[in-house]
Design a protein around this ligand. Structure first.
Ligand code: ATP
Length: 162
């Protein structure tokens, strides 16, 4: 089976005494506000920013780079949260099955405006926005990503000095 290695971030920011998390709405995903029964590809409504680790690149650097490219914010790594694994079939080519591993890092917002991303990124990202961290486990589409958000919640509870 083909393998893919990606890396991404759970980016958190404290504002008005609450923790917020950067999430993306992948391009092609249902917006959640469309009426009617028009069929769309089964893509998630909300996901974490991530992307393929380039040859020779460190997973941690990939996470910082992908967070910036997909959300527009610069963030620094606090700690590693874990790896998630899944299998999917490519929607292109001969429909190869792919075994994928994605490393996720807890990251803290440093600067930048969410959703201010390069035009060419709109192919992948319809919108990036802050969601309340406490709501993230239920808002994120995938089980593995829900778990990463839950770990981020546990981390901020265990580290009130953050
Ligand atoms: P990357 O963001 O790493 O460059 P990509 O956008 O090419 O990757 P994925 O996000 O891995 O690809 O999506 C490929 C397929 O896997 C899609 O059908 C997607 O819905 C599904 N998928 C994405 N994330 C998960 C997950 N955490 N668990 C299960 N399936 C997932």
């Amino acid at each position: 089976m083909v393998r893919e290695i990606s890396s991404g971030g759970v980016v958190i920011r404290k504002r008005e005494d609450a923790w917020w998390m950067a999430a993306i709405q992948p391009a092609g995903a249902p917006s959640g506000d469309s009426k009617g029964t028009r069929k769309r590809p089964s893509k998630p409504v909300l996901a974490l920013p991530k992307g393929l680790v380039d040859a020779g690149e460190k997973a941690l650097d990939t996470a910082v780079r992908e967070v910036f490219e997909e959300t527009g914010v610069t963030a620094e790594v606090i700690t590693k949260l874990g790896d998630i694994k899944y299998v999917y079939s490519r929607s292109w080519g001969d429909g190869q099955r792919v075994f994928k591993i994605v490393s996720f890092y807890l990251m803290r917002y440093v600067s930048g405006r969410i959703n201010q991303i390069a035009d060419e990124m709109r192919v992948e990202v319809a919108k990036a926005r802050w969601v309340l961290l406490e709501d993230a486990p239920k808002l994120l589409a995938y089980t593995g990503e829900k778990q990463m958000a839950q770990r981020a919640i546990e981390h901020v509870i265990a580290h009130p000095e953050l």
